[in-house]
Design a protein around this ligand. Structure first.
Ligand SMILES: Cc1ncc(COP(=O)(O)O)c(C=O)c1O
Length: 370
């Protein structure tokens, strides 16, 4: 049996020596707090995302929080986001004291634009689309909507490094975009890390200050901030991985295309639409299937390490009870949570492993390969 692993860190870091050598150099320099490594990482990240500003912070969650704070979004304000996402999206809105307003997803598991339009009210300050799975939300229509209603927009791009629409990446469609460098994200580090990308010079300046106690320089404080700094150690690791960013996304797309082709004509499987002009980052390869839990057990038995992202939509989480949504409020998100399965789709899979995953799914549904 071919094991098809979900986690790839042992493969990615099989040769530790170059990383340890870089870390030795950092230790010798003693520049652990911001410093040249963080500066260089920010420059490289900005280039990757074609953005004028990239600001390294302590996590993807903090990237969302500091962006909202720098826009003065807080108590009394509403931020519209999607019921299908990782909990951190909504947690960030709650963390700044604002009220999350949830809407349903569309058939690509991305925030439904029409539902956003309907949810806009007098207290709405911002929209927070999520580029869930690494696919891009409908930024063309969302930007128009935000402009028409004078709303701010923060993209949750935590799963979407190097994704784009018509060659224009996340962060260039809105006021700011938040990225995560979590170890299992496409572009990762050895712990926690995040980046805010923005085109707005003033906002960039404010975020830069807020991540470092509001300091203007060593002695003067412009406003009260926090410590949201990206650690230099993570920047050093991240810099080594930066060269492979494009190749990582390309390989993930190649694997996704093989899966798409293999599953396209199975009645029990529904693939999300693949839209022209969208470069998907394929952080997660997700599809909706019949008999999902049975398939999951079958795949795990065959050592194909499938996962569920995520089995409970946000509005049905105990934490969200106070928001007043119940079962039936967001039918697409609920259907997704009950039927979605994620196949291993990372850049370290071999072609044989991808074939083994396809074979196992076909076997479950009684399909014999031609
Ligand atoms: C959609 C989404 N938003 C936010 C986050 C938070 O990122 P982090 O874990 O770096 O705080 C993540 C990842 O964990 C995510 O997938």
């Amino acid at each position: 049996m071919t094991r098809v692993p979900f986690v790839y860190l042992d493969r990615q870091f099989a040769d530790l020596d170059p990383y340890l050598e870089d870390l030795r150099e950092l230790a010798r320099s003693g520049q652990f707090t911001l410093g040249p490594a963080v500066g260089e990482y920010e420059e490289r990240f900005a280039a990757l995302q074609q953005a004028p500003h990239a600001i390294g912070v302590s996590s993807g969650t903090d990237a969302l929080i500091v962006s909202l704070e720098a826009m003065d979004i807080g108590p009394g304000d509403e931020v519209i986001t999607c019921a299908t996402t990782f909990i951190a999206t909504v947690g960030a809105i709650v963390a700044v004291g604002a009220s999350p307003v949830l809407v349903d997803c569309d058939d690509a598991y991305l925030i439904d634009c029409e539902a956003v339009a309907e949810a806009i009210g007098p207290r709405t300050r911002a929209i927070m689309p999520v580029h869930y799975t690494g696919d891009m939300a409908d930024m063309k229509n969302l930007s128009k909507l935000a402009e028409r209603h004078g709303l701010l927009m923060v993209e949750d791009a935590c799963q979407a490094v190097a994704a784009s629409i018509d060659g224009r990446p996340a962060g260039l469609w809105s006021d700011a975009a938040a990225f995560s460098l979590h170890p299992l994200k496409n572009l990762n580090v050895w712990g926690e890390g995040g980046v805010v990308v923005t085109r707005d010079d003033e906002l960039a300046e404010r975020i830069r200050r807020r991540r470092n106690h509001g300091l203007i320089d060593r002695d003067r404080v412009a406003e009260f901030g926090r410590n949201y700094r990206l650690h230099a150690l993570q920047a050093v690791i991240g810099l080594r991985l930066m060269d492979s960013a494009e190749a990582i996304i390309d390989r993930r797309n190649e694997i996704a295309a093989r899966y798409d082709e293999a599953f396209a004509d199975l009645d029990e499987i529904r693939l999300p639409p693949r839209r022209p002009g969208v470069r998907h980052a394929f952080h997660l390869y997700v599809m909706e299937v019949e008999r999902r839990d049975e398939l999951l057990g079958f795949l795990i038995d065959r050592e194909v390490e499938a996962k569920i992202h995520y089995p409970i939509p946000i509005h049905l989480q105990p934490a969200a009870a106070g928001l007043g949504y119940g079962r039936g409020t967001f039918p697409r998100s609920e259907h997704y949570a009950d039927h979605a399965i994620t196949l291993p789709g990372h850049q370290h899979l071999t072609d044989d492993e991808v074939a083994a995953a396809i074979h196992a799914v076909h076997e479950f549904y009684g399909r014999h390969e031609r």
